[in-house]
Design a binder for this molecule. Structure first.
Ligand SMILES: *[C@@H]1O[C@H](CO)[C@@H](O)[C@H](O)[C@H]1NC(C)=O
Ligand SMILES: *[C@@H]1O[C@H](CO)[C@@H](O)[C@H](O)[C@H]1NC(C)=O
Ligand SMILES: *[C@@H]1O[C@H](CO)[C@@H](O)[C@H](O)[C@H]1NC(C)=O
Ligand SMILES: *[C@@H]1O[C@H](CO)[C@@H](O)[C@H](O)[C@H]1NC(C)=O
Ligand SMILES: *[C@@H]1O[C@H](CO)[C@@H](O)[C@H](O)[C@H]1NC(C)=O
Ligand SMILES: *[C@@H]1O[C@H](CO)[C@@H](O)[C@H](O)[C@H]1NC(C)=O
Length: 324
């Protein structure tokens, strides 16, 4: 009898570890969902960040010789910049490397201001935030200073193109310049639109994963006080549901991240746009998934142990009945 009671107590305490992991997954899932949904809230946990501090600035390293005949037209800022960049190159060729970098950095830091756009745009699950780099775009270890975020929506579709165009239209060069002048082609937004379709489901998957984890916290607490095989099996199914929701969402976001950075870097690097993957976001979303995988495994073990114990108990009771 004493042995049985002791076993009961250990069974009760064996749910503490999965309980802690479930709470961890719930919190991390919430953070993944809400990161960046308000200006300044977990801005570093973005899915992808665009660095537009050099947009319109054709590569200074361009080895093609300067065409002195190319006069810049008043309406084309892009070609004007290209001309400037090339003149800078030819000048610099006679000077030392350090100075070259200085000039390059100087241009890089002022371009966005001249165009009236922001230096970075970051995509979160429910919105897009933007702002300038602090202290400046080229400083080592520059941080993101948020100026604003778009309104939060459940299934946000990443659209940096219309944001950029809108800012150009309100900027100091309004009416004189549009995105296509800067070499920004439709290929970029067309590609993003294709990928946006895949990201729509992730919001729902996160909600399923987080919701199942939330219910599991309650049923795990119940399992501490009421042992029973029903709880093991219910908890196992909730854990697996949460694991699948978070895992599939994480997989989709990871694929999205890889594809979109490649797309934007392929089409954008030549015109001065750079895309970076959100490594911190990946860390929290996969940590949540891992926690639920662990929890699912624990519940399967607890279910099997419970079954073994029940069988043993039944056998003991039968033996007692025969004796009596
Ligand atoms: C570049 O240099 C050429 C000749 O040196 C000059 O005609 C042209 O105006 C310069 N372009 C710019 C944008 O300053
Ligand atoms: C950017 O900031 C760094 C560090 O504050 C500074 O050394 C550098 O001169 C700045 N660059 C420009 C172009 O202002
Ligand atoms: C962020 O930007 C605002 C204005 O846009 C500025 O007042 C503030 O000093 C900036 N913060 C940092 C840390 O640079
Ligand atoms: C933004 O891109 C420019 C051009 O590649 C680069 O020089 C700068 O360091 C980048 N800034 C940040 C904060 O990543
Ligand atoms: C964002 O929300 C505010 C207030 O809720 C509203 O006035 C504004 O029109 C919205 N902006 C967009 C782009 O929907
Ligand atoms: C952008 O400007 C160029 C001329 O500067 C014009 O030919 C083109 O149609 C404009 N594109 C859009 C989308 O307004």
């Amino acid at each position: 009898m004493l042995e049985r009671k002791l076993k009961d107590v250990t069974m009760r305490f064996s749910v503490i570890a999965p309980l802690l992991f479930t709470v961890g997954a719930f919190v991390l899932g919430m953070l993944a969902l809400f990161a960046g949904s308000k200006a300044g809230f977990m801005e570093d946990y973005d899915i992808v960040t665009l660095n537009t501090s050099t947009l319109g600035y054709a590569s200074v390293d361009d080895p093609s010789p300067t065409s002195s005949g190319a006069a810049p037209s008043a309406t084309s800022f892009g070609s004007w910049l290209k001309g400037t960049a090339k003149n800078v190159t030819s000048q610099v060729k006679e000077e030392i490397e350090e100075e070259f970098d200085e000039i390059r950095n100087d241009i890089a830091d002022k371009l966005a201001d001249k165009l009236g756009i922001q230096q970075w745009y970051s995509f979160h699950l429910m919105d897009m935030c933007m702002g300038m780099f602090s202290p400046n775009a080229t400083a080592h270890g520059a941080t993101k200073n948020v100026s604003q975020c778009t309104n939060r929506t459940a299934m946000y579709h990443f659209d940096p193109t219309s944001q950029l165009q809108q800012e150009l239209d309100e900027g100091p060069l309004a009416g004189k310049i549009n995105l296509s002048d800067l070499g920004y082609t439709d290929d970029i937004q067309d590609g993003i639109d294709g990928l946006n379709a895949s990201i729509g489901a992730t919001f729902i998957l996160y909600c399923i994963g987080i919701g199942a984890a939330g219910v599991l916290i309650l049923t795990t607490l119940a399992a501490i006080f009421l042992t029973g095989r029903l709880f093991s099996i219910v908890n196992f199914f909730l854990a697996v549901l949460s694991f699948l929701g978070l895992g599939i969402a994480s997989a989709i976001v990871t694929a999205f991240m890889i594809k979109i950075t490649k797309l934007i870097n392929d089409h954008g690097n030549d015109i001065g746009i750079y895309a970076y993957r959100g490594k911190k976001y990946l860390a929290i979303t996969w940590a949540a998934t891992g926690a639920m995988l662990f929890t699912s495994l624990v519940w399967v073990v607890l279910f099997c142990l419970g079954r073994q114990q029940a069988k043993k108990q039944l056998a003991e009771e039968k033996a007692e009945a025969v004796q009596g």
